[in-house]
Ligand binder design. Structure first.
Ligand code: SAM
Ligand code: SF4
Length: 341
């Protein structure tokens, strides 16, 4: 099998064999459990949906468990379940339980649009889910429907509260900021962090997918967002972010706040140099960069009963040094729902 990886490295007690060609240690796998969704967010998915994967192409929970079980001894430590919308795949708690039982995995997180959290948070926490990121682009009911293009009665504050009540922590709210659409709500979102131990993260809109009218002028740089918040609510001090799962966000906090404000800036600042993650698509392809098209199929060897390590090492040997997002035109790349955003 072609490609090689760097030598094993030791970080703390852990010996990792998942090192890419630029020396980055990979310990984090984002698993897309479905390409489908109950929302049609205008920056993510066309109104009519996408050509969904046939069920037989999608990895079963047992197959996902096998992928994680083979990667954990190599150094995989952290898992995020995403999609599409992971909570619409039946019995998601079964998958959480499977992964919880795999030695070496010390963190299981979920990315969700939050619609089903009030009914599912308790069950997912009981199965072993550690924490949750909730996508919430507005606090106003009519605007949520306008952005998500489905009226499912989503209430972001109720969803976050349900997650907190279930013991999931830390709780992060992810807001994709779009100029002229929801950028007038950044102060309202930041105000939530005064009383709730929630981490509100503003994400720069990314020009991916075949989307509703969306232009680069809609990207609101994080520096502008932070100024608007401090002008309205007082100074923001660096720090105060969640104890675990910091990822690519930079965190700030308002005086005496229970939570924090974060910014994720794929468009104005890159963080590829410290990238520690790869993605597993719903149909079993290992994707080494969210914005690159390089993928290695794990499903065929998995279903043939072959060991996955050589395929994983080959993928890591070709993981790009940095993403090409800034050089692509709007609409040129696959939607994040298809690659496990
Ligand atoms: N359905 C789940 C959710 O919405 O959290 C998980 C999948 S969704 C693809 C993961 C994240 O990608 C969400 O936070 C969403 O807001 C973000 N996302 C999707 N398209 C985006 C875009 N064009 N720009 C920035 N973020 C995007
Ligand atoms: Fe669905 Fe998440 Fe994409 Fe919205 S961002 S359409 S909730 S996958």
């Amino acid at each position: 099998m072609g490609g090689s990886v760097g030598p094993c490295t030791r970080s703390g007690d852990l010996v990792s064999n998942l090192i890419d060609q630029f020396g980055r240690t990979i310990e984090y796998l984002r698993i897309s459990v479905t390409d489908r969704c109950n929302f049609r967010c205008r920056y993510c998915m066309p109104l009519e949906g996408l050509p969904w994967l046939p069920k037989s192409d999608i990895l079963s929970y047992e197959e996902i468990r096998e992928v994680v079980a083979q990667l954990a001894p190599l150094g995989l430590r952290r898992i995020r379940l995403t999609g599409g919308e992971p909570t619409i795949r039946p019995q998601l708690d079964t998958l959480v339980r499977f992964i919880r039982d795999i030695p070496g995995v010390d963190d299981i997180a979920l990315s969700t649009n939050g619609v089903k959290l009030p009914e599912m948070a308790g069950r997912l926490a009981a199965a072993g889910l550690d924490r949750v990121n909730i996508s919430a682009d507005s606090l106003r009911a009519d605007r949520i429907v306008a952005i998500a293009r489905r009226d499912l009665g989503f209430d972001p504050v109720a969803a976050a509260q349900a997650a907190e009540d279930a013991g999931l922590a830390p709780i992060k709210l992810n807001v994709v900021v779009m100029r002229g659409v929801n950028d007038d709500e950044v102060v309202d979102f930041a105000r939530l962090t005064l009383d709730h131990p929630w981490h509100v993260r503003f994400i720069e809109l990314m020009p991916v997918g075949a989307l509703e009218p969306m232009t680069e002028e809609m990207v609101v740089p994080s520096d502008e967002l932070l100024s608007r918040i401090s002008d309205a609510l007082g100074p923001l001090s660096p720090g105060g972010g969640p104890a675990r799962g910091n990822g690519p966000a930079a965190y700030y906090s308002l005086a005496d706040s229970a939570g924090s404000v974060g910014v994720i800036t794929p468009m104005t600042h890159t963080y590829c140099g410290s990238c520690n993650r790869v993605r597993l698509t719903a149909d079993g392809r290992l994707r080494t960069c969210l914005f690159g098209d390089h993928e290695v199929d794990l499903r065929a060897p998995l279903r043939a009963g072959e060991p996955l390590a050589p395929f994983v090492h080959r993928a890591l040997a070709e993981k790009p040094e940095a993403h090409a997002l800034l050089t692509h035109r709007v609409g040129g790349l696959r939607a994040l729902s298809q690659v496990g955003g």
